[in-house]
Design a protein around this ligand. Structure first.
Ligand SMILES: [Zn+2]
Length: 1101
């Protein structure tokens, strides 16, 4: 029995489930939980509690859509599906997890269900049998107030009052050592005294109090790095807090004579070439620009007393000789930990109901349930702002980018309902005649329901006869709640043949496994490992609903300088190999028997996978080809007339004579030069053309790389990137330490939900339009995002620009339509709708922004910029844009205050700290240990990340493991990413979505070391550990369960690295303490905040 099978939770109301049973959820990582069955398509409970079942009026036309698929309709107020989003072991599976009966009796297969209630079926509308309102307890009841606390909400410290911020600013100094003065007690934004164990002795000491051992390269305390490029300004530049010439009308400080701060060259306004970003001559725009705010601007929400003001020391009132050496207390500046915790406390307990336009969702770090009442869940779409300026002038003035981060096939938690599949039969979905927008909750039905007016383009379209329905007294169709496309933000349509390539329904896709069998791959044990794994993994190919077996066919190729195809036809006793040595003009030497059904060819495949490692065990071939491998897969899919995915396992730079042959062009000397961009560009356009061919065929490429040296990820990644595929990289792959991570990634990658031959279009209401796109895809025109494959982890970021005025009344609408082929070969449309508010006051814009999404967009924008501009230009542009965003707020929205104060919008108060993390990231500011391949790899990864992933990637999560309560399921409260927060008596975990570090302080109690590592002393801890030993004690179990939980939340299996304090590996770890000054020149948070303040003041002067 396949573990991939869904546990049968029983269809609510005893009704057949909609035919679309939901994708098989991967068992590894992601948002799903290992071993926890994912939600089936549950009952469609009308969003409106208490909705009375209407009596079909005369002429009630039997609808062919959603209700006729047998999906039950609940008429009562149903909250039973709103069980809290438990994490980990807290949440028991809804059922015993027993697989459904093989007969699938209660889960009709997809195709069966679609034809079950064909045209004319009298059960249309609300079936009488669906009337019973008692819902079986398929999911846990939601009892507000009594819900178990989700694990990661259990943060200890109460929210610090932001008010405290402004009360202790006098006397602060800039600097990053804490040796000279203890911080004021009880400051806001702290994480509570409990986070500062008394064992550290002095308040906030350098975390490395012990002297470094001889020969070690432990970083000195920041204060001892006077020559560092971004060292804090010396006392003479304290005026950096009060920069700028005297300005009229502003209560400013005396003109400083500060030199440009090291590490922050002067802005290069207007020099920003092709890239979008700072407006040339922005300086002049402010005084003369129309002031959309109502000066002095609406006050912040009443519950706050100027919470976002971060006053700077008022030094100017002191005679110079009396000026103390001021520092800014890190506890006094906005803390990501505090913001995350506050949001969890405030918004984690109630479901996020999407019925209201322009609602800002909870942060991605908050666990919350979503109830779709007409707008797409934030799991599918997040926006930089939920209230967008009415005019383009206003948008330009604010410089706030208007963007949506869209994850069309996002995995949902088990408690939430997957999009319903609507089948309109041969007529297909109802669409606007002019702009072709799909029927959605915002369409206005008029003339008694005979026509509808498009919410996107205002065009009036006749309602097709089969879709006609009467309107109630409010103008709503009486079947409003029965139809997902009228009442929900997200749903699917079954596509007709018109939506298929060549007007032909697609065949099920194929997976082709293509294994490098050159010397390195064989010697490292990789080939054997892959073959062993595939033997079992092939049983877990994605399946639709409760289909008995996957429709996906499989094929196998091995290669070095030549390619070997395998005939694994079921009728063969043994697999047959066919070698193609002419790689210049790739063809597939066999058609029949290459792509096969796993079950039918099971024994032949098993035999092949047994034989491959033996066949190449003695190979001496070190050279590989690469492009011909992709070409071979592409040709095979073409011949089979299907879409599919290639899984390529590759080890080296393809230097063998063949198309797409590459040379080693890695040159670190190019870093920080104008030619640095070439390191990110492919070295030949050959792969771009190949990618185009692949997209045309629906051939998606997933690439697993195992390099021991440079292999030019920038070039090899072109095809995976443009086909919507994924790249995984395991540098210096070692079987013992890396196999677990690789196998987990492979399993998840093979099993995860994926659509093929996908085209996405984003429509918008009049006034704005999608102008720019970021992600892993190909575009042949300016509107359609094409992806050979799109999986549940991939996001596409879309930027919008004004092309007309918007109105506050009508707001703005987005409709994302994704046309794709399911893993069973069904052509579908997935629709996500989102309505946003529009504003004429800048303050409304700034009140409804989402900083995490903003950072996601800015990072992607910058990471694309490095392809065409010098990295420094990109960095300067980022700083400049954010300074403009904040300056505009200061000028137009903030209450009048001293010019010496840095004032940040409440919902953007983390913009500086997060922006600094982006600026310091490996792509924009690489350290010496970061390879060119690493940078290219990260650049491509980030481009497809969702908001939760970029959040933790740029600002890692740091957990004090020794503070964990072994008796609870909760996580210890996170702490800020700074060395001074670490105690040498504790053990910490840091994760960023790619790595997990376990940092062990030198003074950790022996007992803890024994319990976690099974050795008796600090010195005996091996830093070669890639997993934690399995020991039978509460601490070990607790830590391992935390690690497992974190692994389960991420789309990739994170590499675990044990770091001992003062060990050389610690340098790597410190790179992730992002609030500190980095060894590569990245500014500390405090320094950067001062710098931003200076930039803002320059803009305002
Ligand atoms: Zn329209």
């Amino acid at each position: 029995m396949s573990v991939n099978q869904q546990a049968h939770t029983g269809p609510p109301y005893g009704q057949p489930q909609p035919g679309y049973q939901g994708y098989q959820q991967p068992a590894y990582g992601g948002q799903s939980l290992p071993g926890v069955p994912q939600a089936q398509y549950g009952a469609y409970n009308g969003p409106m509690p208490g909705y009375q079942q209407p009596v079909p009026p005369q002429g009630y036309f039997p609808s062919l859509g959603f209700p006729s698929k047998g999906s039950p309709v609940s008429l009562n107020s149903d909250t039973s599906s709103l069980a809290p989003n438990f994490i980990g072991s807290l949440r028991a599976p809804p059922t015993s997890g027993a697989p459904p009966p093989a007969s699938g009796a209660s889960h009709p297969s997809g195709p069966l269900a679609y034809s079950q209630f064909e045209h004319g079926d009298v059960q249309n509308g609300i079936p009488a049998s669906a009337a019973p309102v008692q819902r079986p307890p398929a999911s846990q009841p939601f009892l507000p107030g009594s819900a178990p606390t989700p694990v990661i909400q259990q943060y200890g410290a109460p929210p610090a009052s932001v008010q405290q911020l402004r009360n202790h600013m006098a006397g602060m100094t800039i600097g990053s050592t804490a040796a000279s003065a203890p911080p004021p007690a009880g400051l806001g934004y702290g994480v509570g005294p409990s986070s500062y164990p008394p064992t550290t002795g002095a308040p906030r000491p350098p975390a490395m109090p012990g002297p470094p051992l001889p020969g070690q390269t432990v970083a000195a305390p920041p204060s001892s790095q006077p020559n560092h490029v971004s060292s804090p300004p010396p006392p003479s530049t304290m005026a950096g807090l009060h920069p700028g010439p005297p300005m009229s009308g502003l209560h400013g400080p005396p003109p400083p004579t500060h030199p440009p701060q090291p590490g922050y060259p002067m802005q290069q306004n207007g020099s920003f070439g092709q890239m979008r970003g700072p407006q040339p001559n922005y300086g002049g725009a402010y005084p003369g620009a129309p002031n959309y705010g109502s000066p002095p601007g609406p006050p912040p929400p009443p519950k706050r007393l100027d919470p976002d003001s971060i006053p700077s020391p008022q030094l100017n009132e002191l005679p110079p000789q009396q000026k103390p050496r001021h520092r800014i207390d890190p506890d006094a500046i906005p803390s990501p930990i505090q913001v995350i915790e506050d949001d969890r406390n405030n918004r984690g307990s109630e479901p996020f109901v999407t019925g209201v336009r322009g609602q800002v969702p909870p942060l991605v770090t908050t666990n919350f349930l979503v109830k779709d009442q007409g707008n797409a869940s934030p799991r599918y779409i997040r926006c930089t702002s939920y209230n967008i300026p009415c005019t383009s002038d206003m948008a330009k003035q604010s410089q706030v980018p208007l963007a949506a981060v869209i994850k069309p096939l996002a995995t949902l938690p088990p408690e939430e309902t997957l999009p319903y599949l609507v089948d309109h039969g041969e007529s297909g979905p109802v669409r606007c005649n002019r702009c072709k927008a799909y029927m959605c909750p915002f369409m206005q039905f008029i003339e008694g329901g005979r026509r509808f007016q498009c919410c996107f383009c205002s065009c009036v379209t006749e309602v097709p006869p089969h879709y006609f329905q009467h309107l109630d007294h409010t103008g709503k169709r009486v079947d409003f709640y029965d139809r997902p496309e009228l009442s929900l933000g997200s749903y699917e349509f079954l596509a007709t043949v018109d939506y298929c390539k060549n007007n032909k329904f697609p065949s099920p896709p194929a997976f082709i496994f293509m294994i490098d069998v050159s010397y390195n791959a064989v010697k490292s044990g990789l080939v054997r490992l892959i073959c062993e794994e595939l033997k079992s993994l092939l049983d877990y190919l994605p399946r639709e609903g409760n289909m008995e077996e996957s429709a996906i066919r499989v094929g196998f190729v091995t290669y070095n300088k030549v390619l070997h195809f395998y005939n694994v036809k079921s009728s063969l006793a043994q697999p047959q190999m066919m070698v193609v040595s002419d790689v210049a003009d790739m063809f597939v030497p066999l058609l029949d028997g290459f792509l096969v059904n796993v079950n039918e060819s099971r024994t032949v495949i098993a035999s092949l996978l047994d034989q491959i490692p033996e066949m190449f065990a003695d190979t001496r071939e070190t050279e590989t080809v690469f492009a011909p491998v992709i070409q071979a897969g592409l040709e095979a899919l073409k011949a089979a007339e299907c879409a599919g995915k290639l899984f390529i396992f590759h080890t080296s730079l393809p230097i063998a004579e063949a198309p797409g042959k590459l040379k080693n062009r890695d040159d670190r000397k190019l870093i920080n030069t104008d030619k640095e961009k070439t390191l990110f560009q492919p070295q030949t356009s050959f792969y771009n053309n190949l990618a185009k061919d692949c997209v045309a065929q629906g051939c998606c490429v997933d690439l697993f790389l195992f390099p021991n040296q440079y292999l030019d990820v920038a070039t090899l990644g072109v095809v995976p990137y443009q086909t919507g595929g994924s790249i995984y990289k395991y540098a210096y792959f070692q079987l013992e330490t890396d196999q677990y991570r690789f196998l987990n990634d492979l399993r998840r990658d093979v099993q995860k939900e994926v659509g093929f031959d996908a085209v996405m279009r984003v429509r918008t209401s009049t006034g704005i339009r999608a102008t720019d796109f970021f992600g892993a895809f190909y575009m042949s025109n300016t509107t359609d995002v094409e992806m050979a494959g799109l999986d549940c982890d991939k996001t596409i970021t879309v930027e919008f620009k004004h092309d007309d005025k918007l109105s506050e009344d009508s707001g703005a609408l987005l409709q994302c339509a994704l046309l794709y082929t399911s893993c069973a070969g069904q052509r579908r449309l997935r629709i996500h709708n989102l309505s946003l508010n529009c504003c004429t006051q800048l303050a409304d814009l700034y009140r409804n922004c989402e900083t995490d999404t903003l950072i996601n967009y800015l990072a992607k924008f910058a990471y694309r910029g490095v392809l065409s501009s010098p990295v420094k230009t990109v960095r300067d542009a980022l700083i400049n844009q954010c300074a403009q965003i904040l300056a505009c707020y200061r000028k137009n929205c903030a209450s009048p205050s001293s010019a010496g104060q840095l004032i940040l919008p409440e919902c953007m108060k983390l913009l500086p700290v997060y922006l600094n993390c982006v600026l310091k990231s490996d792509v924009l500011q690489p350290g010496p240990e970061v390879t060119t391949d690493d940078r290219a790899y990260i650049r491509q990864l980030v481009t497809s990340m969702d908001v939760a992933e970029t959040n933790v990637f740029f600002y890692p999560r740091l957990l004090p493991l020794t503070k964990a309560d072994v008796d609870s399921d909760s996580l210890p409260a996170a702490i800020r990413n700074s060395e001074e927060r670490l105690s040498k008596g504790d053990i910490y975990l840091l994760e960023n979505g790619l790595n997990i570090f376990v940092w062990v302080g030198v003074s950790v109690q022996q007992g803890l070391i024994q319990n976690l590592f099974g050795v008796s002393s600090f010195s005996q801890i091996s830093n070669a550990l890639s997993t934690l030993p399995v020991l039978e004690n509460p601490f070990s179990k607790k830590v391992r369960s935390i690690v497992d939980m974190l692994q389960g939340q991420r789309s990739r299996y994170m590499k675990l690295i044990v770091v001992k304090q003062e060990d050389k590996l610690e340098m790597l770890f410190k790179h992730f303490l992002v609030e500190d000054k980095s060894l590569t020149g990245g500014a500390s948070y405090v320094d950067f905040l001062c710098h931003m303040h200076k930039e803002i003041r320059q803009l305002l002067s």
